[in-house]
Design a protein around this ligand. Structure first.
Ligand code: BGC
Length: 759
């Protein structure tokens, strides 16, 4: 019976593979036949991408005016557009091309759908704090459904730029500092956007970005150089990109930065050697905004013609907003400077995605007002956004179990510049979300407490707000140093039993182009908290932020701290459900919180150094003389309203060979009074190797749910792949020797055992 089942499963599997291959070969034939009909100019047109002018996400293009762009569209000189939104506008642009150009090749419509389209989910960094891959996949799935109904066929996501620098504003868009978590996150996102079949009208092509190492700008300053060793590149920064390629992502975007002196755009090593060479990536690659023309500013090309040559030979298929290919590629090919075969390959890759999406069968299939009405901004999507937001929240401190609060509490002071804010939680890259459309903390608290509870609200102080989006934003004139409102907040606190203070960053203080030198609470928010503290009332701080903040005073003085990030449309409801105990927080930090900017870059998977710090009194060790090495909150950290006890860490063997798999088991018991979820984390340390290895590396995690008193044995497996690392030649090596295995609820409090890998 079993054999028979296996046999029929095998047949089904073979048929499935044949069907995929068949459709791939049919598409390849169609692509070739179309390519044969195309003129040189038309082929180059497919590589050209313009942005709409009404929503710029980069500097204003200078190369071509509106009239010329319009003409290019009708002449088939444009292959894709970005930032065109709404069904009507997308249809209009598609019609322009399909009805007027000689071959009527449909456009791709790309957009930065990063954490939702109309219904906003938490920023990616917050989603990563859930460590819940199913929920993350679902949030991308819903974003794809909403965006595709409006005609979007392609999202510039997932962004998997690992970072160790919270000064960098784009930390909001990634999964934090860990290669393993980042890889799992990237894969989940790709599955969510692309689904199983790209030709379905509610799946969209995804785009892994920014290749590569954009998350390590020197000094945390946006667009700055990236200088990292091959060792870190291979072991730390590349794995999340590779994971998305393995998951079948359709496209990849170049990055703005130089990597060890060479711009990432047109980078032979990154693109031709790694991405195409070692990883066999067969989709197409696009530049980031104007990065081809920026080859001139970087100082590696003397003019646009040379920049064009570098980019096309360095593997960039699509030119976003440089107008380089459309102006210079023909000339370069006619002069014999660029092989036309390179162009043909690029066109093939682009047309393949268009066929896969089904655009040749119906160029308007993604534009559907009915589907928009039925599937976008629905109650169901908001429910999913609420679930995701709840899972993203991290409880950082809870002295004397002050939280959760009773809903019957008599008087609550709700204070702070973000308490009533409906905009900050939407974060940056908010697509079609309406400004000020999030549920504020204040309104959610009002809806949560009993009718007898009195809420005393005061804003306390101002926080800089930006008016408008992206490039065009202007700071709204507020007096950030004004302390006159603090008195009212103090009064509200004096008349209450507990204070909930909502502080942090507004939406546009993080994101692209928003690096900060100082990551304390901006403005006079700390003074506000200090004055509130003087009232002697319990102080519960709720953080709104797109990055780790240096909040030492708050850690020392608040009774409780809830990390609420920028949690999307349902932010307030999610926070209220945590504050009043309807939801038991389970999030864990995907990134280390420093005590001081001077510690940056700070991360858990550091090397031991030759002189690790062992005590306070030794001078010649790796340390600071003016502060500790340890972070404020470590990677993987987060509390719950219940307690979990780890016990009985066991491994299946004390010695294994390279081809054996080690089983790791640990008992986790809920020893508290409430049901709760715990993210059980597995770390290893390769104690002796030919390269210095990190003191800890995450190699697995499991999210479990336990009733009070319930115990579960959690199992992990360590195989050759997980015990290997890359050498400087980008070879994955596994070396015999002693390994430590550590399991726990964060990267510091861990049970430990060890085994030996024998030859
Ligand atoms: C960003 C990309 C984005 C592109 C298009 C660039 O400035 O770096 O992440 O996809 O703009 O909006």
């Amino acid at each position: 019976m079993l054999i028979k089942n296996c046999f029929s499963l095998g047949i089904i599997f073979t048929i499935m593979i044949m069907a995929v291959n068949l459709s791939a070969s049919t598409i390849a034939m169609k692509v070739d036949s179309l390519l044969n009909q195309m003129t040189l100019k038309e082929k180059i047109g497919q590589l050209n991408q313009y942005s709409s002018t009404w929503q710029l996400t980069g500097p204003k293009p200078t190369q071509k005016g509106n009239e010329e762009r319009y003409e290019d569209l009708t002449n088939g000189m444009v292959g894709s557009m970005l930032n065109v939104v709404t069904v009507d506008e997308i249809k209009r642009a598609q019609e322009l091309v399909v009805e007027n150009s000689r071959l009527g090749i449909p456009l791709l419509f790309g957009l930065d759908v990063i954490h939702g389209y109309k219904t906003m989910f938490p920023i990616p960094l917050a989603q990563a704090a859930s460590w819940d891959m199913q929920a993350i996949e679902k949030s991308a799935r819903i974003a794809a459904k909403e965006a595709s109904a409006s005609g979007i066929t392609w999202t510039f996501s997932p962004m998997v730029d690992l970072t160790r620098d919270p000064r960098w504003g784009r930390i909001i868009e990634c999964a934090g500092e860990d290669p393993y978590l980042g890889a799992r996150f990237g894969k989940a996102m790709v599955r969510g956007y692309q689904g199983k079949d790209l030709s379905t009208d509610n799946t969209i092509a995804a785009c892994t970005k920014h290749f590569a190492a954009y998350g390590a700008p020197e000094a945390g300053r946006e667009y700055n150089r990236v200088s990292i060793s091959n060792y870190d590149l291979y072991n730390i920064y590349l794995p999340p990109y590779k994971a998305t390629i393995d998951e079948g992502v359709s496209t990849v975007m170049n990055a703005f930065n130089t990597l060890n002196g060479v711009p990432a755009t047109g980078n032979q090593f990154l693109v031709n050697e790694i991405l195409r060479g070692k990883w066999n990536f067969s989709g197409f690659i696009l530049s980031d905004w104007a990065t081809i023309s920026e080859l001139i500013t970087h100082g590696v090309a003397k003019d646009m013609k040379q920049a064009t040559k570098i980019a096309i030979t360095g593997g960039t298929d699509v030119d976003m907003e440089s107008s380089a290919y459309i102006d210079y590629l023909e000339e370069l090919i006619l002069e014999g400077e660029v092989d036309e075969e390179l162009l043909d390959q690029a066109v093939r890759r682009i047309l393949t995605v268009k066929f896969e999406l089904g655009l040749f069968d119906d160029p308007y299939k993604y534009c559907s007002k009915e589907r928009e009405k039925e599937q976008a901004y629905t109650e169901k999507n908001h429910k999913a956004a609420l679930e995701m937001a709840k899972k993203s929240i991290v409880l950082l401190k809870n002295e004397n179990d002050i939280l959760p609060l009773s809903k019957e509490i008599e008087r609550i002071a709700v204070v702070g510049p973000l308490a009533a804010d409906k905009d900050a939680p939407l974060g940056n890259w908010r697509c079609q979300a309406k400004s000020n459309s999030a549920v504020s903390l204040l309104s959610a608290i009002k809806n949560s407490v009993s009718s007898k509870t009195k809420i005393n609200y005061a804003k306390g102080c101002n926080l800089v707000k930006m008016d408008g989006d992206y490039q065009d934003y202007k700071p709204v004139q507020v007096n950030e140093t004004d302390t006159t409102g603090i008195q009212q907040a103090v009064k509200a606190a004096q008349n209450s039993d507990v204070i909930i203070a909502a502080v942090g960053e507004t939406a546009l203080l993080s994101g692209e182009g928003r690096s900060r030198q100082n990551i304390d609470l901006p403005g006079v928010q700390k003074t506000l908290l200090q004055e509130l503290k003087k009232t002697g009332k319990p102080l519960v701080v709720v953080l709104f932020n797109g990055r780790p903040l240096t909040i030492n005073w708050t850690e020392q003085n608040a009774s409780a701290i809830v990390e609420g990030w920028l949690a999307g449309s349902q932010s307030g409801n999610a926070l209220a459900s945590v504050l009043f105990g309807d939801y038991n927080p389970s999030g864990k930090l995907p990134v280390t919180f420093p005590r001081n900017v001077g510690q940056i870059p700070i991360y858990y998977n550091q090397l031991n150094t030759g002189r690790p710090k062992l005590d306070e009194n030794t001078v010649f060790v790796s340390r600071y003389i003016d502060g500790p090495n340890t972070p404020l909150y470590p990677f993987g950290y987060g509390l719950s309203y219940t307690d979990f006890k780890y016990d009985n860490l066991k491994i299946s063997d004390n010695r294994i060979s390279e081809d054996q798999t080690l089983q790791v088991k640990v008992d986790v018991k809920n020893t508290g009074q409430r049901k709760g979820e715990e993210i059980v984390q597995l770390y290893i340390r390769d104690l002796i190797a030919s390269y210095a290895r990190p003191i800890k590396e995450l190699k697995g995690f499991k999210k479990i749910s336990l009733e009070p008193g319930q115990k579960e044995t959690v199992k992990f497996y360590l195989d050759r792949d997980k015990l290997s690392f890359y050498n400087n030649q980008y070879e994955k090596i596994c070396e015999p020797g002693q390994f430590e295995v550590m399991v726990g609820g964060n990267s510091v409090d861990l049970l430990k055992t060890s085994f030996k890998m024998v030859e």
